[in-house]
Design a protein around this ligand. Structure first.
Ligand code: NDP
Ligand code: BG6
Length: 490
């Protein structure tokens, strides 16, 4: 059984899609594993009026359990509901009384987690009232969890951060990036810093380039009104991709602690080259899907304007100006309506300086580069491509793969990202959350690309659903005499 953690959770936006679909099921998993037992309670809030029982019915539905499931019923009995408009200052007093009551009832030691699962427009308001109305005065810990997006550019993110910091210190704020809760993203650190043969080669002397691909098969579905104001650059690059890249690029932390890891990620992001106008135009491409393969065009999706210039695809080249990475580009790409749903990192090593097997009378194909692929999702594992002799007479080489994939037992033991992240919040471990300096450097980089794109009219649509994006994404890497490791029809 896991160590029991004690806390009151107040979910603002507690009747929303995220809460029902991800947060409550993840908490139930924590309950089943024993992290949550007797000493926890949940208050769900939204403007909607509901009794505790009605809320518990909705939670039960979200868990997909029946009233006959005794375990689930015990878990659900810790849930309470308060109708609460976050802009109504007076009502925080009612919320505080309810929190104090549950604190006593379940012996919660004054520990409080305020989870803001609602529009970011409200984050500053809620944080401020939590403090001024005394909800953070309890004796235990007080932690604030916020969901992306953290602003829409550096200025708005900084404003948001200023508002939060009037009420909470940086070490009390947990900014969720659910990619950091993924098993194989966390494995980047294990692979790099747990293996001499990996980390000793992890630099520009041996690595030619690194490719990060976050490919989605689905389109915008029912989130078009949000997505059309965001686009792939803000939705995926500023957060998930920049986090992955910083884990790949950072130096070894002094110790495996949140403070040390964050310090190294920030250092890496500081050495990321922020592009001027010309470089941003050359090094980044964008795309928007048209119609094809039985899929309608992005501009014909519900709630998308017919003349939308929003990007549903981004590819780019990132350069770090530091001793470890100078001259080794990181190529990134992400998009909707692509060939398949997967996330992977391909680390392409330099080819041997001399190919001794290619002597004139030998018809051996040239040696291929070694590639270390980290499969993040849906399958989880690593693959290392090496060159080896083929069996038989003569001397021919061919690439072979050394593979490791997480087995069924490993998959079963793997918590959902939200389960892991909520657990980390209870432990007060900020390792897998985005710190403000990381967020700010990521925005400063992304803002330059956005600025350039906002000045130019894109030739959209420019890719077909089911492809790997526009031709320009291939041209971007081919210009450097390289190829994407993952290509269609290989
Ligand atoms: P929803 O629109 O489904 O839910 C919003 C919630 O906020 C509802 O419970 C709503 O209830 C409540 N709410 C709205 N206005 C107020 C108010 N004035 N006072 C109190 N409560 C209010 O949003 P999601 O659950 O989808 O998203 C929540 C957050 O999570 C957002 O920041 C989103 O960007 C982020 N997110 C969501 C993801 C997802 O998969 N859904 C993925 C990643 C991030 P009511 O209207 O009854 O008050
Ligand atoms: C979210 C984006 O952060 O990540 C979505 O807002 C995207 O647009 C999603 O679909 C992808 O997450 P995952 O875990 O399915 O790869």
């Amino acid at each position: 059984m896991a160590t029991e953690r004690t806390s009151l959770f107040i979910f603002f936006g507690g009747t929303g899609d995220l809460a029902y679909r991800k947060l409550y099921p993840s908490m139930f998993n924590l309950y089943k594993r024993g992290t949550l037992r007797e000493h926890f309670a949940v208050i769900g809030t939204s403007r909607n009026k509901m009794t505790d029982e009605e809320f518990q019915d909705a939670v039960r539905k979200s868990l997909g359990t029946a009233k006959s499931d005794k375990d689930a019923e015990k878990f659900i009995s810790h849930f309470a509901y308060e109708a609460h408009d976050v802009t109504d200052k007076a009502h925080y007093k009612v919320l505080k009384d309810r929190a104090d009551e549950l604190d006593k009832k379940f012996k919660l030691e004054g520990n409080r987690i305020f989870y803001l699962s609602l529009s970011p427009n409200f984050f500053g308001t809620v944080a401020g009232f939590l403090k001024t109305e005394g909800l953070t005065d309890s004796q235990g810990f007080n932690r604030l969890v916020i969901e992306k997006p953290f602003g829409r550019d550096y200025d708005s993110a900084a404003q948001l951060n200023d508002a939060l910091s009037t009420a909470f210190n940086e070490d009390q704020v947990f900014r969720i990036d659910h990619y950091l809760g993924k098993e194989m993203i966390q494995n980047i650190e294990a692979l790099r810093f747990g293996n001499t043969i990996v980390e000793s080669l992890w630099n520009n002397r041996y690595i030619d380039n690194i490719q990060v691909t976050l490919s989605e098969k689905l389109g915008v579905e029912e989130r078009a009104s949000y997505y059309d104001n965001s686009g792939a650059l803000r939705d995926m690059v500023q957060n998930h991709i920049m986090q992955i890249v910083s884990l790949l690029a950072m130096e070894q932390p002094v110790a495996f602690t949140d403070v040390d890891i964050r310090a190294e990620k920030v250092k890496a992001l500081r050495s990321l080259r922020v592009y001027n106008v010309a470089d941003a135009s050359t090094n980044f491409v964008r795309g928007q899907y048209g119609a094809g393969n039985k899929q309608r065009a992005y501009r014909d999706e519900d709630n998308v304007p017919h003349d939308s210039n929003n990007e549903t695809f981004v590819a780019g080249k990132l350069l770090f100006d530091n001793y470890r990475w100078s001259g080794t580009p990181f190529y990134i790409r992400t998009g909707k309506e692509l060939a398949d749903k997967f996330t992977r990192v391909d680390v392409v090593f330099k080819k041997p300086l001399v190919d001794i097997f290619a002597f004139p009378q030998n018809a051996n194909a040239p040696l291929e580069a070694n590639v270390l692929t980290m499969f993040i999702e849906p399958k989880a594992g690593f693959s290392l491509r090496l060159n080896a002799k083929t069996s038989g007479q003569g001397f021919q080489t061919a690439p072979i793969n050394m593979d490791y994939f997480v087995d069924a037992a490993g998959e079963k033991a793997t918590p959902e990202p939200y389960e892991r992240l909520i657990h980390d919040v209870m432990k007060g471990d900020g390792t897998n959350f985005s710190s403000w300096p990381e967020v700010s450097y990521a925005w400063k980089f992304v803002d330059q690309i956005r600025k350039v794109w906002d000045l130019q009219q894109p030739a959209f649509p420019n890719y077909t659903p089911g492809s790997m994006g526009p031709a320009a994404a291939d041209e971007l890497i081919q210009r450097d005499h390289r190829e994407w490791v993952y290509r269609l029809n290989q």
